[in-house]
Design a protein around this ligand. Sequence first.
Ligand code: AMP
Length: 214
Amino acid sequence: MGKGTQADLLSRELRACQLSTGDVFRAASKSHVELSPAMQAATVYMRSGALVPDETVWEMVRERVGCLRCGSGFILDGFPRTLGQAASLEQLMESERLPMDAVVSYELPARAVIARLSGRRTCKECRTAFHIVDRPAKVDGICDRCGGVLFQRDDDRAESIKVRLEAYAESTAPLIAFYEQRGLLVMVDAGGMADEICARTLAALNGRRAARTA
Ligand code: AMP
């Protein structure tokens, strides 16, 4: 459904290691362990739909840098989201001599993004995403996969969606030009069902690989 679902499907398909920065912040917000002041602040930003400050995100990614050294490759979901994060990542990858194959940008009109996010319901246990119209659960409010309770994420509420779209336009959209200049950008139409989008993504990545090795 969203980019997180695509990251899950792709990491399974490619057997790659996956780091989803949003998942780390969501897990922190549910954790019973005492959080650092920066992580506490991060969970407040996240619930409102705003971006977490670069320093906090970067510290968290650095702690998980082993993920980028995974032999079968890695997928970063939701990172980088600002030019500052992209510059830090580029520096790190250069210094560690790690290659980056591609950066996927999922394209969807704002109206469709709003319909998709506001109708999303997520399983509390296994994180599977449903949609009240496009992918309803067989039993209302209960996950088909594990029987967990479905809920609406704080950042999928109308007021947070507005903040997320503004943050995207202001901070994340400039990454399109950044990665286009580096020849890494792959644009994928995010319309349709999750498996269709995943097939489209794999085709785009394979097409790109074939063109580069030809
Ligand atoms: P996501 O699940 O990727 O949509 O992320 C959920 C929320 O976590 C975002 O709306 C932000 O508040 C925060 N977040 C995740 N990744 C980043 C990032 N790279 N930079 C800043 N904030 C982030």
